[in-house]
Each structure stands twice: as C-alpha cells, then as structure tokens.
Unconditional design. Structure first.
Length: 262
C-alpha cells in the first residue's frame, strides 16, 4: 500500500468511527432523551443544563482574586488580591472554581455526584472545571485528587475528587496521579466546624508515600476537589505535597463557598 493509499485509509477509518459515534449518540438520545444535569427536564443535547438552570448557575468569572479565586463586585484591574488572601495567604498558590456553592444547580450537581452515585455528571463538571482552571492547567505536570481515607472510601465506594481529576486529565492532557497523596488519618466531617476547627481537624491527615515521591519532585501540581470552603483541607494537602518536593501546588474545584472574609 502506498503512502497516499495509507493516508486515505486512515481518513476513511476516522470518518467511519465518527459516523458510528454519532449513530450511537442518536440511538442513546432516542432511548434515553437528553435531560438537564441539574433538574432533569428535557434538553436539546445531553450533558448540559436547561436554560432555566443555566441562568441560575452562579458561574465565577473575572474579576476575581488571583490567589483565592473569589469574585470581586467590580473590576479594579488585573492581578488584584482580596483582603483575605493578603491577611492569610493560602499554602497553595492559586485556586480556581467553576461556580459558587449556593442553593441551586451548583449545589445539586455536587451533591448528586457525591452522594447520589451520579458518575455520569463527572464529564460535564470536569469540562467546566477545565475551562475555569485553564491558567492552572496550562503548565501543570500532575493532577492530584484530594484523597479519602480508606474507611470513607469503602463506605462511599468512590472518591468524587478522583473521578473529576481523571476526567479533567482526559480533557486537558495533564497526567492524573492518584497515588502521590494519601489520607492516612480519618477525620470527622468538616460541616459545622469553625475555620480553626477545620484546620485542626485535617492536621496530619495527609501524607506523600515515600515510594511515589520521585514522581512529585520538582513537578507543578493541581490539587482537585469538589468544593472549597475554608481552604483547610486544600492547605493541609498542599503543605504535604510541597514538603515532599512539589515545585508548586494550585487548587481546582467545582464550587466554592463564600464564607466571611473570603
């Protein structure tokens, strides 16, 4: 076979695969009509929000704090830091989030993924996270999910942060490595704890296994989680990664809570 014939063969194969993919999507839509990810009403395409939920989705757009990713009420110029970021700088370098974690679509998506075993939501959520974190992912070396303790993982059956990080890796091309960071101490749920209690709760909860530290040395890491509240968990995890040799640690989450001072 000549080079030209080989090239035509590859093009034909790619076209055939594309046709099969479109046919499979059409068949799936016929059997399972596409619905809104948040409210489940009918939509034109799968993996999207309906117009009503889209209008209520509290997306975070610029201007925002370059360190914490918290939105500013007005645009005062590029590169600005919030008072909270200046008064109490986080251990991680930068944080980015898709939306605010408040009543509405963002909260529903997080809770359905986390507690409703809706793993089908992960690709769309990861797509938004890849967009929100494009400046972090541009020169990142590794995606590392915030891990669950083995007891929590056993009861929940999957780690939502790992599911999101794996999907982000597929979409962005950044390597996904879930073995670099481990949760070595079980912690109580952070819900209801004060900022200081949250920090105490995760103190010493993470470790970087010695066997995998060579994969971390001098690398730029993006920590992935579903929600950022006070930043205590991400700070504790980032501190361990930096001490183990990471050159930089950023944080990428789907939603963030706007607490007092942030």
């Amino acid at each position: 076979m000549t080079a030209a014939e080989d090239a035509r063969s590859h093009v034909s194969l790619a076209a055939w695969r594309g046709f099969l993919a479109r046919a499979a999507t059409a068949l799936a839509d016929a059997v399972y009509p596409p619905s809104c990810l948040a409210c489940r009403c009918a939509t034109e395409a799968a993996g999207t929000l309906c117009p009503a939920c889209w209008s209520r989705m509290p997306f975070i757009e610029r201007p925002f704090c370059e360190r914490l990713g918290t939105p500013f009420p007005q645009d005062l110029g590029d590169g600005l830091l919030s008072p909270a970021a200046m008064a109490e700088p986080p251990v991680f370098s930068r944080a980015r989030a898709v939306a605010l974690y408040e009543e509405g679509p963002a909260r529903r998506l997080v809770q359905r993924l986390k507690y409703g075993d809706r793993l089908d939501l992960a690709p769309a959520m990861a797509r938004w996270m890849t967009r929100a974190g494009k400046d972090l992912l541009a020169d990142a070396d590794l995606l590392v999910p915030v891990p669950l303790h083995r007891w929590r993982l056993f009861s929940r059956r999957f780690n939502q942060a790992a599911v999101l990080a794996r999907a982000i890796g597929r979409q962005s091309g950044v390597d996904f490595d879930p073995a670099i960071l481990a949760r070595v101490r079980p912690t109580r749920p952070q819900v209801g704890l004060t900022r200081a209690q949250r920090a105490d709760n995760v103190q010493g909860a993470f470790a970087a296994p010695e066997a995998f530290r060579h994969r971390l040395d001098g690398r730029k890491v993006v920590l992935v989680d579903d929600v950022l509240t006070s930043g205590a968990t991400l700070n504790a995890a980032a501190r361990v990664l930096i001490r183990a040799g990471a050159a930089r640690v950023d944080a990428l989450v789907f939603a963030r809570v706007m607490t007092h001072g942030l």
